[in-house]
Design a protein around this ligand. Structure first.
Ligand SMILES: Nc1ncnc2c1ncn2[C@@H]1O[C@H](COP(=O)(O)OP(=O)(O)OP(=O)(O)O)[C@@H](O)[C@H]1O
Ligand SMILES: CC(C)(CO)[C@@H](O)C(=O)NCCC(=O)O
Ligand SMILES: [K+]
Length: 257
């Protein structure tokens, strides 16, 4: 059984892949101090809760936080008796290598999203991922990551507004009924919601223009479906895109071993 670990700057997601489907997905906050023993107790408790009595013998990790990889390696080694495949490390082969400026370390989550989206939809895609940052990954017709856009994440922007301005409260992201807010919270929600709808629309239009061809847009991450309520932003929304990408890269490494 394969354990896929997607570690972002805010959250770390674990999914169990039996070769055909995901048996379970569990989320925890990303903390580099968390030990292998803590991960194991947490994971086995949840697996037992879901009546999953399976043996994990393979692990793949994508981490945008380098520090957490150490304890996840210890987890794999100590409890699952295997060496994990770590996306972005030289020993982890990608289906297609990225084409970016020399010396650029592309975020592993973006490489994984690229592999997952290309596997499902073929080339000429833009993957929009609403995580800690809002990222746009441009996928060429051969499946190569060829660059993209990094914008501040939605929750990060809201938090920054609250932190920087004494009179602005903490607000949740929702779709406001109107653009013109008549109270502080409504004004902030409008700025975030319609602001990000415009940001996504504008950037995707410009990417299409710059590439001079049609590009299909795939949305992923917790907030994709919320922003899709504001405009026709995506051709597809896929919540499991990163996890799917991890299984694709894992399979590729098995086949080319
Ligand atoms: N309406 C909402 N308002 C605020 N946050 C939301 C809402 N819906 C979903 N989310 C957030 O989206 C998150 C899931 O998004 P995702 O896993 O893509 O990114 P992340 O975990 O925040 O970032 P990263 O992957 O960079 O760690 C959840 O943690 C949840 O807090
Ligand atoms: C942009 C984030 C933070 C999004 O998770 C991550 O992909 C990352 O740390 N990237 C490194 C820089 C880059 O992708 O070009
Ligand atoms: K993510």
């Amino acid at each position: 059984m394969l354990l896929c670990i997607d570690c972002g700057n805010t959250n770390t997601v674990f999914s169990l892949w039996d070769g055909t489907r995901f048996l379970g997905t569990w989320r925890t906050s990303t903390e580099w101090q968390r030990t292998a023993d803590q991960y194991f107790v947490w994971l086995t408790t949840l697996m037992r809760h879901n009546q999953l009595e399976v043996t994990i013998d393979e692990v793949i990790i994508s981490s945008t936080v380098p520090r957490v990889v150490f304890n996840l390696r210890v987890l794999s080694d100590r409890y699952f008796n295997c060496r994990p495949l770590v996306v972005g490390k030289p020993e982890c082969r990608l289906p297609v290598n990225p084409r970016v400026d020399e010396g650029t370390q592309v975020g592993p989550d973006r490489l994984v999203n690229t592999a997952g989206a290309f596997d499902r939809h073929g080339g000429n895609l833009v993957v929009v991922d609403f995580g800690t940052a809002t990222t746009f990954d441009v996928v060429d017709d051969d499946g190569a990551y060829v660059g993209g856009v990094i914008a501040p994440g939605v929750n990060l922007s809201l938090e920054a507004l609250h932190q920087a301005a004494a009179a602005l409260p903490h607000v949740d992201v929702t779709k406001p009924q109107r653009v013109i807010g008549t109270n502080t919270v409504a004004c902030m929600q409008s700025g975030i919601f319609w602001g990000y709808v415009g940001l996504v629309r504008g950037i995707c239009d410009r990417i299409r223009g710059e590439r001079d061809r049609d590009m299909r847009i795939v949305g992923t991450g917790g907030l994709a479906s919320l922003f899709a309520q504001g405009d026709v932003l995506f051709d597809r929304i896929e919540d499991d895109l990163t996890m799917h990408g991890l299984t694709v890269i894992h399979q590729h490494n098995k086949e080319t071993a």
